[in-house]
Design a protein around this ligand. Structure first.
Ligand SMILES: [Fe+2]
Ligand SMILES: [Fe+2]
Length: 191
């Protein structure tokens, strides 16, 4: 199974990011930290699912190493990590979540997959726009890594949830995500 996002990020978002790249880096660091925390919270929530636990352990470490890499960029620029800000995009996606044990797991995995796919898209856009150099190489590798994460969450959904339900729900969530992206104000941030 595979999917494509239904709405591309607007050029105005990229302009906003490039216009205040320091602020973008601060937000990026916070996103990597949250991604690692999310993987750990999956382990706490589903200790009875060994395949999921193993995957989330690896992911938590990988996201934490992304956090370390971005923090290094911040520190080298003399910047400080900022307070975690409200992420309208993530909050709205979470509001769309189905309740009920099975439905909730499916939604968590599919939303995580979509969020990673959006991350891959946006980091890829940034990598493309940056001039040759270390930063471009870094964002190219981050985009590639988030691409693998979107596949990972999709595979986990296939391993833990009903196949027929996955395609229907994925289509719904992709539509919801596209609408959120259309209405998202441009910020020097990942979302
Ligand atoms: Fe990451
Ligand atoms: Fe990721």
């Amino acid at each position: 199974m595979d999917f494509k996002l239904k709405q591309s990020s607007p050029d105005s978002w990229l302009e906003t990011v490039l216009g205040d790249f320091d602020q973008f880096l601060v937000d990026h660091a916070s996103c990597e930290k949250k991604a690692s925390g999310m993987a750990i919270s999956m382990i706490s929530h589903y200790p009875d699912k060994p395949i999921l636990v193993k995957a989330m352990l690896d992911l938590a470490i990988e996201e934490l190493s992304h956090f370390r890499d971005v923090m290094e960029l911040l520190i080298n620029k003399g910047l400080q990590a900022g307070a975690d800000q409200k992420d309208h995009y993530i909050n709205q996606l979470h509001k769309a979540m189905d309740q009920g044990k099975e439905a909730y797991l499916l939604d968590r995995l599919l939303i995580a997959s979509i969020v990673e796919a959006r991350g891959a898209e946006r980091f890829g856009i940034i990598a493309n726009a940056l001039p040759d150099g270390r930063l471009k190489t870094f964002y190219t590798s981050i985009a590639e890594s988030e691409n693998q994460h979107y596949r990972l969450f999709l595979t986990l959904a296939e391993q833990h949830c009903d196949g027929a339900r996955i395609s229907t729900r994925l289509a719904e969530l992709l539509e919801i995500e596209a609408n959120i992206v259309r209405q998202l104000p441009d910020r020097p941030a990942l979302h």
